[in-house]
Design a protein around this ligand. Structure first.
Ligand code: SF4
Length: 380
């Protein structure tokens, strides 16, 4: 029997093609697409402006997949970690970071990761498989549902996670149930799964789809240079974050094996060429590893490397975790690094490790999952 087609793998033009193949008019695709993304329809029966005959026909050949979080863990700072069972023995996580009434959602793009960055817990799990387009967008839809049921408390907290106000449009507080920013920064290297990530972003930013502004979607990469060009060509208006973490090829080769294929010079050239509109900047993520990359010499080299690229810097003090030899930097080293850049007019955010008490902090996804330490299980 031919497996049914998951309509959530389709962008609107792809859905039009699919329905055309079944002899249906183009406007039917728009109707179905809106039911899926704007009404969160779980089945064809709900699509009341579509004829019964067509609904029955669709039910024969297609499905609308969904994810429901199997567990939700909430940190003392309001950060929520969602565990999604993919139904094939694998699971991924998404992390919601509420900041002053605005929600940033960090989603996964792969089960595990092939990039093997030495400081990253996710990287130790190796790559199991790519997520489908449906599995990527379904993380967002499931979290939206949870936010409607259980909106986060308004936390007066410092900025983190994708909106530093640099290009803020002063829109004021939003509904606590709205997701403002999406960052593809969870499990996996998004540019290693571009065939599924690009349609997922197209669905996110489609005015008939998830209706997110492309300036609120950020794709993070460890530095896959050819794929950066492809992303820039195919979706030129999303934000780019580059996980840099070292200022010499020698160190970067060691802690990020991707650098052996695409060394700093090539990576920075690709950043410079990435098509960012207007005043937007490339975000350079810099995980500070105590005694490894946290000196003023590193800060000086970093400034020199990025000075001819519109930039902002996120400093991320390393979170120590079991099985990893790296140490957290000292407060003094963090402050000196931060001050060096700020004094030279670089936009810098030093991220507090939000979600640290639930292992949702950057690079620490998935660990607890293996240990089954989820403390709060949702029952719906
Ligand atoms: S830091 Fe990102 S790219 Fe590197 S191993 Fe971890 S998940 Fe993969």
């Amino acid at each position: 029997m031919t497996p049914k087609t998951d309509l959530k793998n389709f962008t609107l033009p792809a859905l039009e093609q699919f329905l055309k193949g079944h002899g249906k008019e183009r406007f039917r695709a728009l109707q179905v697409f809106k039911w899926i993304y704007q009404q969160d329809a779980h089945g064809f029966d709900e699509m009341t402006n579509i004829s019964k005959a067509l609904r029955a026909e669709l039910a024969e050949t297609a499905i609308i997949s969904n994810l429901e979080s199997e567990a939700i863990e909430e940190g003392s700072d309001g950060t929520r970690k969602y565990l999604f069972n993919l139904g094939d023995g694998h699971a991924v996580e998404s992390v919601l970071i509420p900041i002053e009434g605005r929600n940033t959602l960090c989603i996964s793009s792969q089960v595990g990761c092939a990039m093997a960055c030495e400081f990253c817990l996710t990287g130790t799990f190796k790559l199991t498989r790519n997520l489908t387009t449906a599995e990527i967008v379904n993380q967002i839809m499931a979290v939206k549902r949870d936010l409607v049921r259980n909106p986060p408390a308004l936390l007066a907290d410092v900025a983190d996670g994708g909106d530093d106000g640099e290009d803020s449009d002063d829109e004021g507080p939003e509904s606590p149930a709205a997701i403002r920013n999406i960052v593809l920064m969870g499990m996996g290297e998004p540019l290693h799964n571009l065939d599924n990530v690009i349609p997922a972003i197209q669905i996110m930013i489609d005015g008939n789809g998830l209706q997110l502004s492309n300036r609120r979607v950020t794709v993070s990469t460890c530095g896959l240079v050819p794929e950066m060009s492809r992303l820039g060509r195919e979706i030129p208006n999303v934000n780019l974050a580059v996980s840099l973490n070292a200022t010499t090829d020698e160190l970067r080769n060691r802690i990020m094996p991707v650098n052996r294929s695409y060394p700093l010079k090539e990576l920075l050239k690709a950043c410079k060429e990435f098509p960012l509109p207007g005043r937007r900047k490339v975000t350079f993520e810099y995980v500070m590893l105590g005694g490894i990359n946290d000196t003023l010499e590193d800060a000086k080299r970093l400034l020199k490397l990025i000075s001819d690229i519109p930039n902002k810097v996120n400093l991320i003090p390393f979170n120590e975790h079991e099985g990893c030899e790296f140490k957290a930097p000292t407060r003094a080293a963090i402050d000196a690094f931060h001050k060096y850049l700020i004094d030279r007019h670089v936009t810098v955010i030093t991220r507090d490790s939000r979600g640290g008490d639930i292992s949702a902090a950057c690079g620490q996804l998935k660990g607890k999952l293996e240990n089954k330490e989820i403390v709060e299980t949702q029952s719906n």
